[in-house]
Design a protein around this ligand. Structure first.
Ligand SMILES: [Mg+2]
Length: 264
C-alpha cells in the first residue's frame, strides 16, 4: 500500500474565500472610481465587474489566464468610455491588486486542518489563481506552491499535476489534492494518478450544486451520507469529505495520520 507523502490543496474557495475578498476589493474600487469619475458613480456593482472579468478570462479556455492583465482589461472596459488614460487604468489596477489581500479571508476549518497535517505530511498547493500563500499568511505551512500562470498549464490539464509531482520528487500515487472543484481538483488529479478529495463548500453553503455521483457507492450524492454496500475499487473516486466542515478536514487529517484509506 502506497503511503501518502504530500497533501496538496487548491487555494481559491478551498483555503481562502477569494470571492468575498474580491467583491470587497471591487466595492472599494467602485467607490474610488465614482469619486474620480462622477459619471460612473453608482453605475456598476461588483458583480458587473466580475462578469466582465469572467468573460475576458473565459476567452482563454483551458489555458492559464494572465490574471493581472485580465484585471487591467476589466477596468479598462469601464474607464475608457469616460476618457481614462492608460496611466490612470494602470493605477486603478495596481490599487485593486494592493487592497485585495489587505484582509485575507481564510475559512474557519483551514488552520486546524493545516496545523494537524503539517506535522505528518509535506503540504503544497496547485492553483489556477494568483492568491499567493504569503499574501494569505499561510506560507509557513507549505513546501510547494504550483501556480498555473508560472507553469504554463492550468487545471484541469493533467500536465500541471505531472509538473507538481515531478517538482516535489514524488510518485503520483503518493499525492492527494483537496479542492472545491470536482472537475479541476478531483477528476483531473485522478487522471494524473493522484487521489482527489472534493471539498464541496458551495454545496454545503447553498444546499445546491451540480449532481455528482458518489464514486464510492455510485448512488448517493455528495450531500448525503454514503453507506456503500459494495466495495469500491481502489481507483474509484475518493468519497467526498463532509462538505465544508471542520469535522471533515480533521477527519482527513486523522485518516492520513493513521494511514491512507485509499491509495492510487
Ligand atoms: Mg478553487
Amino acid at each position: 500500500m502506497t503511503r501518502t507523502r504530500w497533501v496538496f490543496f487548491d487555494v481559491d474557495q478551498t483555503l481562502c474565500d477569494f470571492a468575498t475578498m474580491m467583491r470587497r476589493a471591487l466595492s472599494a474600487m467602485l467607490i474610488e472610481i465614482g469619486s474620480r469619475w462622477s459619471e460612473l458613480s453608482g453605475r456598476h456593482l461588483p458583480e458587473d465587474l466580475e462578469a466582465i472579468r469572467n468573460r475576458l478570462a473565459d476567452a482563454y479556455g483551458d489555458r492559464p489566464v494572465p490574471l493581472v492583465e485580465v484585471r487591467r482589461q476589466m477596468f479598462a472596459e469601464v474607464l475608457r468610455p469616460v476618457g481614462a488614460t492608460d496611466t490612470e487604468i494602470d493605477a486603478i489596477t495596481e490599487h485593486y491588486l494592493g487592497i485585495r489581500f489587505a484582509e485575507p479571508v481564510i475559512f474557519d476549518d483551514v488552520l486546524p486542518c493545516l496545523t494537524t497535517l503539517h506535522g505528518t505530511h509535506r503540504l503544497g498547493v496547485v492553483t489556477n489563481g494568483n492568491s499567493k500563500l504569503d499574501s494569505l499568511g499561510l506560507d509557513h505551512f507549505f513546501d510547494a506552491e504550483i501556480a498555473a500562470e508560472r507553469v504554463g498549464f492550468a487545471k484541469p490539464d493533467p500536465r500541471i499535476y505531472a509538473f507538481a509531482a515531478e517538482s516535489v520528487g514524488a510518485d503520483p500515487a503518493e499525492l492527494i489534492i483537496v479542492g472545491d472543484s470536482y472537475e479541476k481538483d478531483v477528476l483531473a488529479a485522478q487522471r494524473a494518478g493522484w487521489q482527489g478529495i472534493w471539498l464541496g463548500r458551495e454545496v454545503s453553503r447553498t444546499g445546491r450544486g451540480r449532481s455528482v455521483t458518489c464514486g464510492r457507492c455510485r448512488r448517493c450524492s455528495p450531500t448525503a451520507r454514503c453507506s456503500p454496500t459494495t466495495r469500491p475499487s481502489p481507483r474509484e473516486t475518493q468519497h467526498p469529505a463532509p462538505a465544508g466542515t471542520s469535522a471533515g478536514w480533521l477527519g482527513l487529517a486523522r485518516e492520513r495520520t493513521s494511514g491512507p484509506r485509499q491509495t492510487g
